[in-house]
Design a protein around this ligand. Structure first.
Ligand SMILES: CC(C)(COP(=O)(O)OP(=O)(O)OC[C@H]1O[C@@H](n2cnc3c(N)ncnc32)[C@H](O)[C@@H]1OP(=O)(O)O)[C@@H](O)C(=O)NCCC(=O)NCCS
Length: 164
């Protein structure tokens, strides 16, 4: 049996920047939650695919909390990284910030955890991903937290992980 590849968290980290345009907004002139969720999904998908180097699909999204409204014209920054890898799935964490132009200060807008599954490009069946290797204390904390969330998800779905 061949040994699984390993890839550090930093190798697939993604930063994505957007400006909130009028067609992204609700009638109050703030970004719609659905638009922010779309950006979160895109940013996380790039991150997952960068880690696995295969096409990936969104399998699930944990609850998304919106902490602050974001007015039209705001600069939004999304940061995504792979927190944890299972056999064929990856948990990607995305944090969304509003960047203040005059100071560069960032206000926390939203956070989300998404699970992506890597697919074989030909068979379109789940395909084994490289093991993510956390290197910093922060990455190790995220890995441990993500492992606990995965266990919770599996128990809700009533499934057990397949062997690696
Ligand atoms: C995600 C999908 C590929 C899983 O297929 P499946 O046949 O259930 O695959 P398996 O049972 O072999 O599970 C594969 C992995 O997916 C994970 N998984 C499956 N369903 C999941 C869910 N709802 N949430 C989180 N992880 C999930 C499993 O835990 C497993 O992870 P592991 O290999 O790391 O242990 C399949 O359900 C699918 O194609 N869904 C549609 C995805 C899509 O189109 N998304 C875009 C939005 S519509």
């Amino acid at each position: 049996m061949t040994e699984r590849r390993k890839r550090p968290v930093q190798a697939s980290r993604v930063e994505m920047t957007e400006i909130v345009m009028p067609n992204d907004a609700n009638p109050l002139g703030n970004a719609m939650g659905g638009r922010v969720m779309h950006w979160i999904d895109v940013c996380a998908a790039v991150c997952a695919g960068r880690h696995s180097r295969t096409p990936c699909v969104t399998a699930s999204v944990d609850n998304v909390d919106f902490h602050n409204p974001v007015p039209v014209g705001s600069v939004i920054v999304l940061l995504a990284s792979v927190n944890y890898t299972g056999r064929t799935s990856m948990e990607v964490g995305v944090k969304v910030w509003q960047e203040e132009r005059p100071t560069g200060h960032r206000n926390h807008v939203a956070s989300a955890y998404l699970t992506f599954v890597s697919l074989d490009p030909e068979t379109r069946k789940p395909r084994v991903v490289p093991i993510v290797t956390p290197e910093s204390d922060e990455e190790r904390r995220r890995y441990a937290d993500a492992e606990a969330r995965r266990d919770a998800r599996l128990s809700v779905r009533g499934s057990t992980p397949k062997g690696s």
